[in-house]
Design a protein around this ligand. Sequence first.
Ligand code: UT7
Length: 328
Amino acid sequence: MFSSKIIGMGSFLPPKKLTNHDLEKMVETNSDWIVERTGIYSRSIAEDGQGTSDLALVAAEEAIKNSGIEKSDIELLIFATVTPDYLMPSSACYLQAKLGLGNIMAFDLAAACSGFVYSLSIADQFIKTGHYKNVLIIGAEILHHKVNYDDRGTCILFGDGAGAAVVTRAEDGEESKVLSTHNHADGSLADLLYVPSGGAVIPFTQETLDSGEIFVSMKGREIFKHAVRTMSQACQEALDANNLKKEDIDWVIPHQANARIIEAVAKHFDLSMDKMIVDIENMGNVSAATIPVALNNGLKSGKIKKGDLVLMTAFGAGLTSGSALVRL
Ligand code: UT7
């Protein structure tokens, strides 16, 4: 069995911003409330006509450049998203063509906000078995089309963006590696966070457009509790599997859904906030993209360094959850 490691990161947040003050003009809310309850000041919004694969393209080009490998070396593309360019075919296929990767295997992965850790887990398995050596993984979303800007409980949270990572086979004895991944789902709670219309059960009609069922429906308070519980459990599971203590971890990168959720995970897990990466202020909740964007920003700022032990933990619609423990 081989091991895998992350060798290049990239990210892209569209420059157009939707600020709390913009939202004050759209729904009954106020910036102080949003900041106090979520930690968010602004979110990125893609241009009209831009696809999720367009955002992913920028992130992927940066990740490939940072990895030092050639595009022709990439053998698998996994694209985590719940907001694909089209319902069919996958955004992975569009991105594969835009990047010029050749006829490699490419598919979308729908695990909502846990999409990046799910993708890393799958990349790790393909590399461990020796099937592939270099895998490109993406977490990217354009959520603003899925948000009802009359619903103040959701529209304040979500934004658009993309993150990417090149994962490759680690050499024998190398410190840098993916130490473990664990993923879970609890489909019995799926209706707490979903988009009712547009799929096979309730197809898109004029009625579902008028009723707002084409947008994200979320029971925020309940989701909050499950997010804290599952991300804390995921952190513990990663430590137990590796016989490590909390003190061994350099950084926890949780899914960036709400700064208060991150604080609650730190409290639940009894970890100092100094070890938690919070990068939500001007990103908002970009689902599958938040963890790779936060990791890339941390690396670029010098806060996170090569050799650090990083614990990623995610939670999302599904309800999915998981962790990835990585020595960078
Ligand atoms: O990626 C994973 C998916 N999403 C999440 O993880 C989100 C999880 N949930 C949350 O982040 C929070 O539940 C929210 C930010 C969505 C809401 O915060 P909260 O502290 O749970 O607020 P709440 O729903 O308990 O509402 C408290 C009050 C209510 O008023 P009353 O009933 O106390 O009079 C709401 O109507 O705040 C009101 N409220 C607002 N007020 C101003 C709800 N949204 C807003 C708003 N502006 N945008």
